[in-house]
Design a protein around this ligand. Structure first.
Ligand code: PBG
Length: 309
């Protein structure tokens, strides 16, 4: 009876696996604060995505860890940049069987650790960053990305990327916009995974949202849809279930939620201590995100939950 009347269902079809690929390593490197997550080599990434395809996972989201960072973040758009070569590998491996998305940002590639171009006074220059994002989008599209996922929260980023993709001959590449992204301490383990520390002990509060606000998220997603976003994302997920519900009621495009690194790490840490039943809590958390209204969920639990469903 419970099965018959369930109001929402979590399925492998809902899940997107975030994956890290690191330049210049011979063996996958575990990420200590994300048990079960590794920085992949190009080869191990290929194998992982093939295995996820066999499990029926519909999509992956790729993050690059370059061997060297610079002031500009040039690894983000270089044709030889780690994400570009990995995208080409993956398209060769899985073709169109899995949707290959690429996170589109500069923070993994800049020595400042900021998501954009840093001006002389230390602030992030929104409009200069848009030009960079357009280049990154084109590089990722040329390398074979089915979708790009701008995560830097710059104003106008979706419009700038849509325009670049149209003019550059890649009109079919989708934009999965991190539309309502909050400044959060829950991204800590992710920053370990990509080796990012923000210059001067700084933070992202000048371009990411304030967790006390919900209406602001609706402004952000509405702008992104107007600019051409194909999917809008809310992040983090559990801390924003009310925002996910409000966004679902506001827009007509699919809504994604990112169950972020800190949300995953907390479950793993408590489970390691025997304090909670980790796999059960993982499924409960993702079910709650689904119930709140998310159509797709980006989660480090993707593989283990896909195996258990
Ligand atoms: C930015 C980006 C971040 C995450 C995804 N894309 C870090 C940030 O905004 O600081 C965080 C994901 C996570 O915590 O799992 N490129």
């Amino acid at each position: 009876m419970r099965r018959l009347v369930a109001e929402s269902r979590l399925s492998v079809d809902d899940l997107v696996a975030p994956l890290f690929v690191r330049e210049g390593i011979d063996e996958p490197q575990p990420v200590p604060s994300l048990p079960g997550v590794v920085q992949h080599t190009r080869e191990s990434l290929r194998k992982e995505v093939a295995a996820l395809a066999d499990l029926g996972l519909p999509a992956v989201m790729l993050f690059g860890v370059p061997a060297a960072k610079d002031a500009e973040g040039s690894g983000a758009w270089s044709p030889e940049g780690i994400v570009q070569v990995a995208l080409a590998d993956l398209r060769h491996e899985v073709g169109n069987d899995v949707v290959v998305m690429a996170d589109l940002c500069l923070d993994e590639y800049t020595d400042s650790g900021h998501c954009g171009v840093v001006a002389a006074d230390g602030s992030v220059d929104n409009d200069a960053t848009l030009e960079r994002y357009a280049e990154v989008a084109l590089a990722q599209a040329r390398a074979g990305a089915h979708a790009v996922a701008p995560s830097g929260m710059m104003d106008g980023q979706v419009a700038a990327i849509r325009r670049a993709l149209e003019q550059g001959g890649h009109p079919d590449v989708a934009i999965v916009a991190y539309a309502a992204k909050y400044a959060s301490a829950l991204y800590g383990p992710f920053r370990d995974a990509v080796g990012v520390s923000i210059a001067g002990g700084g933070d992202r509060r000048s371009y990411q949202q304030d967790l006390r606000n919900r209406r602001e998220a609706l402004v952000e997603v509405t702008l992104d849809v107007e600019e051409g976003a194909d999917v809008v994302m809310v992040k983090p997920a559990l801390a924003c279930l009310d925002v996910i519900a409000a966004v679902r009621a506001t827009v007509q495009v699919p809504v994604a939620a990112y169950h972020v690194s800190g949300e995953y790490a907390m479950v793993k840490a408590a489970a390691e201590r025997g304090w909670i039943d980790g796999p059960a809590v993982a499924v409960e958390q993702l079910a709650a995100v689904k119930r709140a209204g998310a159509d797709l969920i980006v989660t480090y639990f993707a593989r283990e939950v896909a195996e258990s469903l």
